[in-house]
Design a protein around this ligand. Structure first.
Ligand SMILES: [Fe+2]
Length: 293
């Protein structure tokens, strides 16, 4: 996969074409294509590492299936990430002290109002869309300790494909979504205390090496889109792409010891219900992109 250094520039149609054609010629056929069998994510072999990296290079995501079962060791995501150059963990408000978040049902004040810590479904989003531009999330790991009794499945989608579908429809959609004021997340205020300021920024941006970085949430409330016709049209088109039958959405149900490692791919979660021990996933968010992708 050529690095899309200039492919994202609207003025370089040839570079875009080459990147686009390569990308569309090599879409994953099914979620099985994403899967890499590994023994222990804390101690990946060279072959396991390269198999994961190869998938992340082609599709920005991989699913590992390990043999560690429901071992709740947080070194599992930490050491896995380190193998791919992921070191800078994001300390988001819901994170534990060590910045690896236990995603499970929480009802305390710290997690109040945050959908991830409930049993509710989560709409399409990239992680950290409310982070400041200096703290954009480039990669994350989602490691399953215990799945829900029912539901809690994830869907994954490569942001590159969304960019391509939109640009092929109308490059003006890309122009609108690359605008630095395209999407505003209002401040998070609880009981009169501002926990996070408002954040304004683009949906699509180019990373340090020309790769695509996407910042998006499909929530309908508590979000302000730039108020003009081109942005409105672009957001509507984006939603159509997310819902289209030919969009290569990968649906996975993580079992104990399985996980996702990705360059902040778009993802959703279905509603779930627990019986007995609650659903528990670890989430690690990084400012780096997966090394070698
Ligand atoms: Fe997420």
């Amino acid at each position: 996969m050529p690095n899309p250094v200039t492919a994202l520039s609207l003025s370089d149609q040839d570079a875009y074409r080459r990147w686009r054609d390569d990308k569309l010629a090599d879409l994953p056929g099914s979620p099985d294509d994403l899967i890499v069998e590994v023994d222990d994510p804390r101690r990946l072999t060279e072959a396991e590492t390269e198999a994961i990296r190869e998938r992340c290079g082609r599709w920005n995501m991989a699913v590992y299936r390990s043999r560690v079962g429901d071992d709740p060791d947080k070194d599992i995501p930490r050491l896995l990430g380190a193998r791919f150059g992921l070191h800078s963990l994001d300390h988001n408000p819901g994170a534990d002290e060590d910045a690896i978040t236990a995603v499970t049902i929480q009802s305390d004040a710290l997690h109040q109002g945050f959908i991830p810590y409930t049993d509710k479904p989560i709409a399409w989003h990239t992680d950290g869309y409310y982070n400041s531009p200096q703290r954009q999330i480039r990669a994350f790991i989602l490691h399953c300790v215990r799945p829900a009794a029912e539901g809690g499945d994830n869907a994954l989608l490569d942001p590159d494909v969304v960019y391509i579908r939109l640009r092929d429809r109308d490059p003006e959609h890309i122009r609108a979504l690359m605008h630095h004021e395209a999407m505003t997340i209002p401040p998070n205020i609880i009981d009169g205390v501002e926990r996070r300021p408002a954040v304004t920024g683009p949906v699509f941006m180019a990373g340090d090496h020309g790769e695509l970085v996407m910042r998006f949430t499909d929530r309908k409330r508590n979000i302000a889109w730039r108020d003009n016709a081109t942005t409105t049209a672009a957001v509507a088109a984006l939603r159509e792409v997310l819902g289209a039958d030919d969009t290569p959405v990968m649906r996975v149900r993580l079992e104990p010891g399985w996980g996702v490692i990705c360059n902040n791919a778009l993802h959703t979660r279905t509603r779930f219900s627990d019986s007995g021990a609650p659903r528990l996933l670890y989430r690690a968010r990084y400012y780096e992109r997966i090394q070698g992708t």
